[in-house]
Write a protein that binds this ligand. Sequence first.
Ligand code: ADP
Length: 474
Amino acid sequence: MEKRRLTAGMRLPLVVMLLVIGILPMIFQGKMMAGSFKQSQIDARSLEIQNQGMILSNKLSRAGYMDADVKDTILDSEMDVLADVLNGRIVVVDEDYRVVRDTFRIAERKYQISEEIMRCFQGEYTNKYDKDKHYYIQTFPLYDMSREAGISGVMLITASSENILLQVEMVEDKANLFQLMAVLAIGVAVFLMVRFFMKPLEEFQNKLSQVAAGDLNTDISFSVYREIQQMWESVSQAIRKLQDVDKSRQEFVSNVSHELKTPITSIRVLADSLMSMENAPVELYQEFMNDISDEIDRESKIIDDLLSLVKMDKAATELNIGHVNMNILLEQILKRLRPIAQKRNIELTLESMREVVADADEVKFSLALSNLVENAIKYNKEEGWVHVSLDADHKFCYIKVSDSGIGIPEEFQSRIFERFYRVDKARSRETGGTGLGLAITRNIIQMHQGAIKVKSKEGEGTTFTVRIPLTYIP
Ligand code: ADP
C-alpha cells in the first residue's frame, strides 16, 4: 500500500518565516538596548553620587567639620541640598558611631553602627548599588586636618534609584509602543507579501484544475514568475504527449477493427455469393473455398502480428539477452527466406565484414531482421537482388538490408514505421502484408537500445540500416 505523505500549505510556513525574520531581531535588539540604557543610567548616577560625595567630604574634612563644636551651617545646608539633589539621605557619624548630622533629622545623636561605616573607619570605602532594593550606598571618610589622627568621621550617602528607574520605564514604555507598532506594520507587510507571492501559485493551481476538468487549451503565459511559466510549459508538454498517446491509441483501435474486418467482409461476400447460386459447380465451390481459406490465413496473420506487437509493448523490459553470433543468425534467416526469393529469381546475398557477437534477444532480433529481408523480397522486382551486410566497430553492430526493389517515395518514408501503414495498400495486400512488420521491427530495435534508418529511391531500391550496441546495458 502506498504511504500517504503529510502535506502542508506553503502559506503558514512562509508567514512564520517572514515574521521570525522580521520581528525576532527587532525584539531582541529592543530588549538589549533597554537593558544597557538602564545600566548606563544607574552607573551614571553612581558616578555622580561618588563625585559630589567626594567634593563634599573633602570640604568637610578641610573645614574640620568633625572637630567643631558648633557645626558650620553653610556646610549643613550644602549637605541638605546635595541630599535633595540626589534624592537621598546623608548621615555623618563620628568616631563613636554617634550621628552628628542626618539630613532626615531623625537619627541625630543616636548611634549608628553599620558594616559600611565600620569598614570605612578601617579605610575600606563602600560604593555599592543594591539591585533588589534599588538604592545606592556610598561611604566617604572625613579626616581631621588639625589632629592628624586619621579618619575622624564617616559620611554615608544613601540614595534611591526610583526616579531613574521611573525614567527608564517611561523610555521603555515608549520603545515598547514603537515596537508594537512596528510589529503590526511588519505583520501587515508580511500578510501582503505572502498574498502577493501566493497569488500566481493559486492562479496556477486554478488553471491546472481547469485542465484537469478537461479544458486543455488553458493559457497561463501571463504569469509573473518564470518558474511557474516553466512548470506550465512542462505540464503542457506532458498534456500534449498524453493527447498524442490518446489520439494514436484511438487511431490504433480503429485501424485494428478495420484491418480485422476486411478479411471477414471478404469471407462473407464469398460465402453469400456461393449461397445465392443454385447448382453452382464444384470447381467454383473449390475456388471460393480457397479464397476463403486465404482470407482466414490473412486474418490469423494480422492477429499474430498484433499479438507480437502488444506483447512487445507490454514486455519492454523482458528481453532475453544473450551473446548472439550475428553472422550465424543472418545466415539462418537468409537460408529460411531463400526459397521465397528463388520463386521470383531474386538473388539473396550476405556479406560479413567480420565476426560479430552482440548482446541481443535472439528470437526477437531474428524476427526484426526477418521482417526487413522479407520486405526486401516482397517489394522487389523479378530477377532483382537483396544484399545483406554485417559490420561492427568497437561499440556497435551494423546490419544493412539493401534491395533493388520498387523503393519508397520520399514523402512516405517517415510513415512506414507506423502501425498498419502501407504505401501501396493493394500491393501489400497481394503480398500478404499486414502493415505491422516495420512497426514490430522498430520496436524490437529500440528495445535493444538501437536505431533503424531508411534510405530509398522510388524505382531504384531501398536500404534499411540497423545499429545496436554490442553490449546491452539494462
Ligand atoms: P507490410 O506488412 O505491408 O509489409 P510493413 O510494416 O512491413 O508492412 O511495411 C510497411 C510499408 O512499407 C509496406 O507496405 C511497404 O509499402 C513499405 N516497405 C517496407 N519495406 C519496403 C521495401 N524494402 N521496399 C519498398 N517498400 C517497402
